[in-house]
Design a protein around this ligand. Structure first.
Ligand code: MG
Ligand code: ZN
Length: 481
């Protein structure tokens, strides 16, 4: 029988409506595979019942998806700037309005998450946070000010999930499509006053109390080397050309330091396949571009009046093939972490980020953000594939904050663009939070959070971003070999 995943509403007749709704049934043993859900409409969406995403009572499926906290492994997948509107834009374009993502939409337990930050001066809420404050919130459990990297509003460092995971003997990984020093990956491995303190140069200028020469913990890149995850993948090699200003590696580049400290330091996509293991003796640091990684789709900018122009479709960005996909980095990380001795014995913690949903949303680049949402979905599919087989892995998928793009009826006073979706209908996307050529702003609406595996029920309903820290920390503590 065809499953929902295989049936495309556009391609089937009414007959396929009956009984094709799928939930993968759970076995009744403790070794059961938890269900994922398939939420694509069986269609046609314009016929009676055709747009329905569920077939009958879901109580058993949801019950079967609930398993108490205490997973051996945790995979936290973050879409930077992936609000509900970014998910819907990408789903409409790629999968169809009645379609479903095989990763993002397959997690059985879903909630909403508040993600405000706080003002440094008075601790009052800042309703439109940045990625530094939001990442710090789930990495450390404390809300802080925009630009802070895992320090509270008084500048005090708090231990991160990745650091706690290491302490409990787990293997760890931190991967992204942005510069590895960018806020989201940085929050797991470092503590600095301002997110821009990537290397020794900027740290001396902007984060003086953090600088090594002042007795601080060092720049984000230097702290990354100290925190020493088993697996680190992203962009941002250019900062590793800077030289340490104090300490054991004073005068040496950070790249030389990494190599001297046993890192397998790679910069070429082809090198990824040559890495057969990664552990504390020989961690892997893969930096596949000098800055942020190129994105999947060529730039397609919204313009003033663009929603009235001819509809366009997304085209491949040839540069994207120069770097590994997020899904391939995710798969590789899971392989390395689950095979390493610590990972086998104590499990692993892996943070995965699709970073440029946010960056392309800032640029009012509709295809750009769609392609990076697809990258996130494919990474989630890799995580779920492992989790279903492993049966002892918590997967959480969420965003750090919401963003500007909106699906609208027609041209707006701001910037807009008309896209012809893969199902052949037109969708106007608008960006109304900045003028042309300026950076579109983050927005403050709650974001989706979804989970799979032991402890996933804790994301259901309304949670705050700081709850993620406690859900994951306590889940890791509850794991008993
Ligand atoms: Mg980010
Ligand atoms: Zn942003």
């Amino acid at each position: 029988m065809a499953t929902n995943n295989q049936v495309r509403f556009a391609a089937v007749g009414v007959a396929a409506l009956a009984l094709a709704f799928t939930v993968i049934p759970a076995q009744a043993s403790s070794q059961r595979t938890l269900p994922t859900i398939s939420r694509a409409a069986d269609g046609p969406v314009d016929e009676f019942g055709g747009a329905r995403r569920i077939g009958g009572d879901q109580s058993k499926t949801i019950q079967a998806a609930i398993q108490k906290s205490g997973a051996k492994n945790v995979i936290l997948v973050i879409g930077d700037g992936m609000g509900d509107s970014e998910i819907t834009v990408a789903r409409n374009y790629l999968e169809g309005a009645g379609g479903a993502f095989k990763g993002i939409d397959a997690l059985p337990l879903t909630g909403q998450m508040t993600h405000y930050s706080v003002h440094k001066e008075n601790g009052k809420p800042d309703y439109t946070p940045d990625s530094a404050a939001t990442g710090s919130a789930w990495a450390t459990g404390v809300k802080t000010y925009d630009n802070a990297i895992s320090v509270d509003r008084h500048g005090r460092p708090h231990e991160t999930l990745l650091q706690l995971a290491k302490k409990s003997g787990k293997a760890t990984g931190d991967i992204t499509t942005s510069e590895i020093q960018d806020a989201t990956p940085a929050v797991q491995v470092s503590h600095v006053l301002l997110r821009k303190c990537y290397g020794p140069e900027e740290t001396s200028k902007s984060c003086a109390p953090n600088a090594l020469e002042n007795g601080g913990l060092g720049s984000i890149s230097e702290q990354l080397l100290n925190t020493r995850p088993d697996v680190t993948f992203g962009g941002g090699s250019k900062t590793f050309a800077e030289k340490a200003k104090a300490g054991d590696w004073k005068g040496q580049t950070l790249e030389a330091q990494a190599k001297a400290r046993g890192y397998q330091y790679i910069t070429d996509k082809a090198d990824l396949a040559t890495i057969g293991s990664a552990d504390q003796r020989r961690p892997v640091l893969g930096l596949f571009s000098s800055g942020n990684m190129p994105v999947r789709y060529a730039e397609t900018l919204a313009t003033s009046g663009g929603g009235d122009k001819a509809a366009v479709q997304c085209q491949a960005n040839p540069k994207a093939s120069e770097v590994p996909t997020l899904a391939s980095m995710t798969k590789k990380s899971i392989d390395l972490l689950s095979k390493n001795a610590d990972g086998r014995k104590n499990g692993f913690f892996l943070q995965v980020e699709s970073a440029s949903i946010d960056k392309k949303d800032h640029a009012a680049d509709a295809c750009g953000q769609i392609g990076e949402t697809a990258q996130l979905d494919e990474a989630v599919q890799e995580a779920l594939k492992f989790a279903k087989k492993d049966k002892n892995t918590l997967v959480i998928v969420t965003a750090d904050h919401a963003h500007s793009s909106q699906i609208v009826d027609e041209v707006t006073p701001g910037l807009s663009i008309k896209l012809r979706t893969n199902e052949g209908s037109d969708m106007v996307v608008s960006y109304g939070t900045a003028a042309a050529g300026e950076s579109q702003q983050h927005t403050g609406s709650q974001v989706r959070v979804a989970g799979y595996g032991p402890g996933a029920a804790n994301v259901v309903g309304l949670i705050d971003q700081t709850d993620l820290f406690f859900i994951i920390r306590d889940g890791m503590r509850a794991y008993r070999r």
